[in-house]
Design a protein around this ligand. Structure first.
Ligand code: GDP
Length: 309
């Protein structure tokens, strides 16, 4: 049994915690968004890869959903004596990850190889694949101008209206080694509950990925990140509205209908099932809010069954 998951950050990491209770971690591949990667004081930071890696390694700070539990900020505090550029909150241990990753990249390794090295050392059994080894930084167009993803998300706290999302240069990016194979060879493909534009949209924009998924539509399921019109966390609901899509599970389904055959929606959205079926998708109604381990496991089981038809 091989399962491939398309993944952003926190929502995906929590979903993967459930999945590894149902299938052995070695059978799971996560294709992870790298559109929100950034260079911070010369260090290569991959926020979504690290959120997933720390979560699966049992190191995550559960309060924030990012960073390492119990981490300290001595380095960042001292850095603030030299620089005003300390808005991206990286703890001391988190910085160690980024220092090691940057060293591996500078010695000529790809992000794929560096990710294998880091996740092996942290004892992560799931195969984590960056969507691409080429940098493809997401840009957010707002009424005040164009922002990098992390300026929008962290520095300005997602307060700007999002008018457009761009992936400049992505037409020249290639899927990282293993990505197309993980789609072609999977017994089940699951789109995690992640932001449809800036987490999943970036992965879909890598040339060849969307087409590869379309060819596996019958084996692909998605979990809605929108419940009762709202995101569980983050700006996905506001982004849907400002980008002209209905802020609902139905709205997300319209974005995925060409490559997803079964859509998992929350019990609170059962009334949307018929409209989603009219898009040519099957619908599974389930409890999709992941609080504790048993809810994560239950959602993973539902999504896996949905993807396997
Ligand atoms: P980010 O990059 O850290 O913001 O994380 P993701 O892109 O992976 O996930 C953000 C999306 O996941 C948001 O739209 C949330 O609504 C959704 N999400 C988070 N937790 C849950 C959950 O327990 N259930 C469901 N259905 N969606 C969730």
């Amino acid at each position: 049994m091989r399962v491939t998951v398309l993944a952003g950050g926190v929502g995906a990491a929590r979903f993967l915690q459930g999945l590894v209770q149902v299938v052995p971690p070695e059978c799971v591949t996560a294709i992870v968004n790298t559109g929100d990667d950034l260079v911070f004081h010369g260090l290569h930071v991959s926020p979504d890869l690290d959120i997933i890696m720390y979560t699966l390694a049992g190191l995550i700070n559960d309060q924030t959903g990012w960073g390492i539990a119990g981490d300290t900020f001595a380095c960042l505090d001292f850095l603030s004596r030299y620089s005003d550029d300390t808005w991206f909150r990286l703890g001391d241990r988190d910085l160690a990850t980024c220092i090691h990753r940057t060293g591996l990249l500078q010695s000529g390794q790809s992000l794929t190889d560096a990710t294998v090295a880091l996740s092996q050392r942290l004892g992560v059994g799931v195969r984590l694949l960056p969507m691409s080894n080429e940098p493809v930084p997401t840009q957010i167009v707002t009424p005040d101008g164009v922002l990098s993803f992390q300026e929008y998300f962290v520095k300005r706290g997602q307060r700007d209206e999002v008018r457009e999302v761009h992936f400049p240069g992505i037409e020249h990016a290639r899927p990282a080694p293993g990505v197309l194979g993980a789609i072609a060879e999977a017994d089940a493909i699951i789109v995690a509950p992640s932001n449809p534009f800036v987490s999943i949209g970036s992965i879909l924009a890598v040339p060849g990925v969307r087409q590869a998924l379309r060819e596996r539509r019958e084996r692909t399921a998605a979990v809605s990140p929108i419940i009762d019109g709202s995101a569980v966390k983050g700006p996905a609901d506001r982004m849907l509205r400002s980008l002209g899509v209905e802020s609902s599970a139905y709205g997300v389904a319209t974005l995925y209908q060409d490559f997803v055959s079964t859509f998992v929606i929350d019990e609170q959205d059962a009334a949307l099932a018929d409209r989603i079926r009219e898009l040519g998708m099957k619908v599974v109604v389930a409890q999709t809010i992941m609080r504790g381990p048993s809810e994560k496991r239950a959602l993973a089981t539902v999504a896996l069954d949905a993807a396997r038809g």
